[in-house]
Design a protein around this ligand. Structure first.
Ligand SMILES: Nc1nc2c(ncn2[C@@H]2O[C@H](COP(=O)(O)OP(=O)(O)OP(=O)(O)O)[C@@H](O)[C@H]2O)c(=O)[nH]1
Ligand SMILES: [Mg+2]
Length: 389
């Protein structure tokens, strides 16, 4: 059989531990390929089942471990099957080996998506979906695979065609507000805990992730290096980074720890600036880095009340917490999420995933702001091109 006529297959689920894995198979001899290895439990021949019927049975091949793999198969079209087997690598590996030995070609998930999906936004969403680690990210990406972006674009084009520039501009602004999320649907936000030594940074990290990730000790200077732990806060992936306490020091090792902490502060999406309510006068001399991206926290509030007011009148009110009792921790999580993602997408809402779409949306937005309807329509048409290319 020539290469052009070969059946192809790919794993649609990501590698790794999971309850279920799915392999898709497509091609002119897909039915014969599957029928070679799969026996329906009912004993009826595979070809006798109608399209879209889920069939339970056993996969027997030389590569499969005796007595074979029990699985479900669904023939989704004349030329196409989905094979749903146990997760992990053993079952998918054995099925893949059997299909390859019988002449099918294995594709990567990306190759499979590129072959089956022409809309680049939907293709990107499918690609990211395989890497989604929270149900929230998966739900947002599923909305994108179901055409959320095409609908949003259609609404913008409709508004422009009717001469409603301000409506179109508003819709574009909302899409651009959500666009930064494209970096965080599969990759975590970076949240750094910083502050003077011994204020309870490591204790707070441990509380937030729910296990003893960082060493806690009643001596300043315990944490020397950057310690990271990934968790999900309200469905958003967040990497929490514990850092060395910041203070003036002549100890070269501690000074290096402080430098590393400051580098983390500069790179963070958000800094949680921790102070000790029992020693409100200690600010580590680092007030200058309590920048706009900082959330301010008074820890050890089980021992002392936080000072009634703070010098930074323009910043958010500092939050009182206790890593020891857990008081204020729910509110801290809520504030972290509110700062990272203040206007989360609603169910079904579009989130731009591709750089070229973001660039074109910026162009439409500029044209709308300057009242240039022709330029806005032209940029919208260019977006349509990009959407279909
Ligand atoms: N009472 C009380 N003690 C706390 C609280 N948080 C931390 N501690 C104690 O404070 C001490 C220092 O805690 P750490 O979490 O190690 O402080 P740190 O900021 O990471 O310290 P460095 O790594 O040295 O910068 C430990 O003895 C903790 O048990 C709290 O909320 N209440
Ligand atoms: Mg520490």
């Amino acid at each position: 059989m020539s290469k052009a006529e070969r059946s192809v297959f790919a794993e649609l689920t990501p590698p790794g531990r999971a309850a279920v894995a799915t392999i898709a198979l497509e091609g002119p001899n897909a039915l014969e390929l599957v029928a070679q290895f799969f026996q329906p439990a009912s004993g009826a021949p595979l070809a006798s089942f109608p399209i879209d019927r889920i069939v339970f049975g056993r996969w027997e091949s030389a590569a499969a471990t005796a007595p074979g793999e029990e699985l479900c198969i669904c023939r989704t079209s004349d030329r196409r099957f989905e094979i749903h087997c146990h997760g992990g690598t053993a079952a998918t590996g054995a099925i893949g080996q059997a299909l390859q030995a019988a002449g099918a070609e294995q594709l990567s998930t990306q190759q499979w998506i590129a072959r089956n999906e022409r809309d680049p936004h939907r293709a990107k969403a499918l690609e990211l979906l395989a890497e989604a680690r929270t149900t929230r990210s998966a739900a947002i990406l599923l909305d994108q695979t179901r055409g959320a972006f095409s609908q949003a674009w259609g609404a913008i084009l409709g508004a422009l065609t009717r001469g409603e520039l301000s409506t179109a501009g508003q819709q574009v602004r909302r899409l651009l507000e959500l666009a930064p999320l494209r970096f965080h649907l599969t990759r975590p936000f970076c949240v750094v805990l910083a502050g003077a030594p011994n204020v309870g940074k490591s204790s707070l990290i441990n509380r937030l992730v729910g296990y003893q990730r960082s060493i806690v000790f009643d001596q300043p200077g315990t944490t020397r290096d950057v310690i990271a732990a990934t968790t999900a806060l309200d469905g958003w992936l967040v990497e929490l980074r514990d850092t060395a306490g910041l203070r003036e020091t002549t100890d070269p090792l501690e000074a290096e720890g402080s430098q590393r902490a400051l580098r983390q502060v500069a790179e963070a999406d958000l800094v949680v600036w921790v102070r000790d309510a029992t020693q409100p006068e200690h600010d580590a001399g680092a007030g200058s880095i309590r920048a706009a991206k900082g959330l301010r926290v008074w820890n050890k509030c089980d021992l002392a009340s936080p000072p009634p007011c703070d010098a930074d009148a323009d910043a958010d009110a500092a939050l009182a917490v206790s890593a020891r009792t857990g008081a204020g921790l729910d509110e801290l999580q809520r504030r972290i999420v509110a700062r990272l993602c203040p206007y989360p997408p609603q169910p079904g809402e579009a989130v731009p995933l591709l750089e070229q779409h973001v660039e074109r949306l910026v162009a439409i937005g500029h044209a709308c702001e300057s009242g240039d309807a022709a330029a806005a329509l032209a940029a919208c048409a260019a977006l349509d091109e990009g959407k279909r290319c």
